[in-house]
Design a protein around this ligand. Structure first.
Ligand SMILES: [Fe+2]
Length: 316
């Protein structure tokens, strides 16, 4: 089941990830409380992060369950998040996406109806919308200017979750629009890196770029060694059969199989390309991107009231 297997982590302090230098500035202002929700169908971790002083919070990378065979959506994963938010008494200000996911549908609009909050993603979602709007031959109803989202982030943008300061770090490579969120002392890295024994995210989707991914990933690893990093996926490895989604800068720098200290950009790119060449397309890529490029909303219903997804033949 989609459950709340997650860690509850707290970390003191306040992290500011400066756009240009990725330098850490610390002022003790409170502690972020984090709960991870693991979706076994897609190995995605969604998070609820809140400020315990103000009880304001954010949901990061929510999942709308989707059965590809029947074309049926369900909300068990999103309900687990909503139940946690209500049980804790959290007021949701933000529904944050680290990128337009290719492996699961976002539940942000479903959660927004029930919990409120603004749906936000990196501004380069426009690039993703242009590419996939073309691939799916989306009609004029599909706006490619990012306006389906409530807020678009630029690199270095700052906002707050209650009293917790947040800095947005543009982290392209897996997709052009990927961002990481530095919330207090914690960094939600999206699909830049995975656990040290698994390595990094693929960089072969349209708009992906292994060299940019390496630079994004290493930029995050310039942060202090103790900085906690929260991942968007965990796929396990032959040597590890228990899901984990929290690591640190120091662990990644010491042990990441693709990008630890000492591995050059050229070496990373060669390994990444070799690995990507072996990977099949994610099972939900076509439904996921069509929905997530619309901020998690289905295409408009046809005249019978039913929404349809397209499958472009021989296009990808
Ligand atoms: Fe992804």
């Amino acid at each position: 089941m989609t459950g709340t297997l997650g860690t509850e982590g707290t970390a003191p302090g306040d992290l500011a990830l400066a756009a240009a230098s990725a330098q850490l500035a610390s002022t003790a202002r409170g502690a972020a409380v984090v709960k991870g929700f693991f979706d076994p169908a897609t190995s995605t971790i969604s998070y609820v992060v809140h400020d315990p002083l103000t009880m304001r919070g954010a949901v990061i990378d929510s999942v709308l369950d989707y059965d590809a065979a029947s074309g049926r959506t369900s909300t068990r994963s999103a309900e687990a998040i909503a139940n946690h938010v209500r049980a804790e008494g959290i007021s949701i200000d933000w529904l944050l996406e680290t990128h337009a996911h290719a492996d699961h549908l976002s539940a942000a609009p479903w959660l927004q109806k029930r919990l409120g909050g603004a749906i936000a993603i990196g501004e380069h979602i426009r690039d993703v919308q242009a590419v996939f709007g073309d691939i799916f031959n989306a009609g004029a109803d599909f706006r490619r200017d990012g306006s389906d989202f409530d807020r678009l982030w630029s690199d270095g943008d700052r906002f707050a979750i209650g009293d917790l300061p947040v800095t947005v770090l543009h982290a392209p490579g897996h997709t052009p629009a990927c961002v990481a969120y530095a919330i207090g002392d914690l960094v939600f890295v999206g699909d830049t890196m995975f656990m040290p024994d698994y390595g990094s995210a693929r960089a072969d989707f349209p708009g992906g770029d292994a060299a940019r991914l390496f630079r994004s990933l290493r930029r995050i690893l310039e942060l202090p060694g103790e900085t906690p990093l929260f991942l968007c996926h965990d796929y396990l490895t032959p040597g590890r059969q228990e899901h984990r989604w929290e690591t640190t800068v120091a662990e990644q720098r010491g042990a990441n199989v693709h990008a630890r200290d000492g591995i050059s950009e050229d070496e990373f790119v060669a390994r990444r390309r070799a690995r990507d060449a072996e990977l099949a397309m994610p099972a939900l890529l076509l439904p996921a991107v069509q929905v997530n490029m619309r901020a998690g909303r289905l295409p408009p219903a046809e005249n019978n009231g039913v929404a349809y997804l397209k499958i472009p033949i021989d296009r990808l």
